[in-house]
Design a protein around this ligand. Structure first.
Ligand SMILES: Nc1ncnc2c1ncn2[C@@H]1O[C@H](COP(=O)(O)OP(=O)(O)O)[C@@H](O)[C@H]1O
Ligand SMILES: [Mg+2]
Length: 334
C-alpha cells in the first residue's frame, strides 16, 4: 500500500465517523490512530529494506536479523554496505562492512550478536561476579526492577542481561582503546551490534594468531606486546577473561586483542586471580609452541603484584554464581 493509498484509506474511514455516536467516535478514532501508527511503521520497515540493500547475500532469516540489527547503524552512516561475513560464531557473527560517510576508514567490522533466544551466553555467571550490569547506553543499571528481573531470570531480565553483556564489550573497548591498548577502535553500539575498526584488507580479514607461525625474534616481540596489553588492562581494572591466541588477530606483524564481553574486574571477583592466570597460561601455550620459554605463572604473578593485587586462594571460577546465596556467603567469608 503506498503512502497516498494509506491516507485515502484513513480519510474514508474518518468520513464514516461523522454519522456515529460521540462515544463510539472517540473509541474508533483512537483505534484508527493506532492502526495509522502501525501502518506507518510497516511502511518504514519496507522503506528501510528498499533503501538498505546490501551486497552480502544472506539467508532469509539472517537478512531480517541483519536489517533489524544494522538499520540504525546504517541510518547514522557508520556503515553503507555489508560486504561479507568474516566469521560466524555461536554467539555472534562478524561482518566486513563498507564504512559510511561518517567514517574515515574505508571498511569497518560489525560484530552482531545473535538474538537472545538463539544464544547460549558463555556461562556468564563467573564473569559477572563483582560487575554491575549495564544498560543499553553502557551506564550502570540503577532501576531495582531491572536488577530484580535479572536475578529472577524473567524473560525481560534475560534481555537486560544480554544488553549488559554487549555493553561491557563496547565500554571495555572504548576504555582500552583510549588507554593505548592494541584493540580495534570501537565506533558505535546499537541494539545487538558493535561497529569497530576492521583488521585486514578487502580480500581477507586478519587471521587469528593461533593460525600463524612466527619467527623466533617475532615471537618474543609479540609475547612482550601481549604482556604489555595485559598490563594496560590491569591498569584499567580489567582482565580479558578469554584471552588466548584465538582472540588475538595478527596483521602486518602487529597484534590486536578482540572479544571482550566477559571481562572480569580484578578487585571484586574472588576468582579474578585464577581467571588472570588462566589467560596467561593460554597465551603461553601458544608462545611455547612457537619455541619460546614462557613461564605463565611468573608472568601473571609479576603483573598481578605490580598492580597491588594479592594472589588469592584458588577459587574454581566454574563454581561461582552471583545469584546463588550460598556462593555469596562463601565469598563474603573470604
Ligand atoms: N575487528 C575485527 N576485524 C577483523 N576480524 C574480526 C574483528 N573482530 C572479530 N573478527 C573475526 O571474527 C571472529 C569472531 O570474533 P570474536 O569477537 O572473537 O567473537 P566470538 O569468538 O565471541 O564469536 C574472530 O575470531 C575474527 O576472526
Ligand atoms: Mg572469539
Amino acid at each position: 500500500m503506498s503512502k497516498n493509498q494509506l491516507s485515502d484509506y484513513f480519510e474514508e474511514f474518518n468520513d464514516d465517523l461523522e454519522t456515529q455516536s460521540p462515544r463510539k467516535r472517540v473509541t474508533q478514532k483512537r483505534e484508527s490512530k493506532k492502526r495509522e501508527q502501525e501502518a506507518k511503521l510497516f511502511i518504514r520497515a519496507q522503506e528501510i529494506a528498499r533503501e538498505f540493500q546490501f551486497t552480502y547475500k544472506a539467508a532469509r532469516f539472517e537478512e531480517a536479523w541483519l536489517l533489524d540489527s544494522l538499520t540504525e547503524i546504517y541510518e547514522h552512516q557508520w556503515i553503507s554496505d555489508v560486504l561479507r561475513k568474516v566469521k560466524g560464531g555461536k554467539e555472534a557473527s562478524v561482518y566486513l562492512c563498507k564504512a559510511g560517510t561518517e567514517m574515515s576508514a574505508p571498511f569497518v567490522a560489525a560484530k552482531i550478536y545473535r538474538p537472545r533466544s538463539l544464544r547460549n551466553l558463555k556461562n556468564d555467571a563467573q564473569y559477572r561476579v563483582g560487575r554491575v550490569d549495564l544498560d543499553a547506553d553502557g551506564t550502570a543499571l540503577w532501576k531495582e526492577a531491572d536488577k530484580n528481573a535479572i536475578a529472577k531470570r524473567t524473560s525481560y531480565g534475560e534481555e537486560v542481561r544480554h544488553r549488559s553483556w554487549i555493553a561491557y564489550e563496547f565500554k571495555t573497548m572504548e576504555r582500552l582503546f583510549a588507554a593505548g591498548a592494541d584493540v580495534p577502535q570501537p565506533y558505535a553500539m546499537e541494539k545487538n551490534a558493535i561497529v569497530m575498526d576492521y583488521i585486514g584488507d578487502e580480500s581477507s580479514a586478519a587471521p587469528i594468531l593461533n593460525s600463524v607461525s612466527l619467527t623466533a625474534g617475532e615471537a618474543q616481540e609479540l609475547l612482550d606486546r601481549v604482556i604489555h596489553n595485559m598490563d594496560v588492562m590491569l591498569a584499567n581494572e580489567c582482565i580479558h577473561g578469554d584471552l588466548s591466541a584465538y582472540n588475538i588477530l595478527y596483521w602486518n606483524g602487529a597484534i590486536t586483542l578482540i572479544d571482550f564481553p566477559q571481562i572480569v574486574l580484578p578487585g571484586s571477583n574472588p576468582a579474578a586471580w585464577n581467571i588472570f592466570l588462566r589467560d596467561a597460561v593460554r597465551v603461553c601455550d601458544y608462545f611455547s609452541a612457537q619455541g619460546l620459554r614462557c613461564d605463565a605463572r611468573r608472568i601473571a604473578a609479576d603483573l598481578w603484584t605490580k598492580h597491588g593485587y594479592r594472589i588469592g586462594k584458588q577459587v574454581d571460577p566454574k563454581f561461582l554464581d552471583p545469584e546463588n546465596p550460598e556462593d555469596r556467603k562463601a565469598w563474603e567469608k573470604r
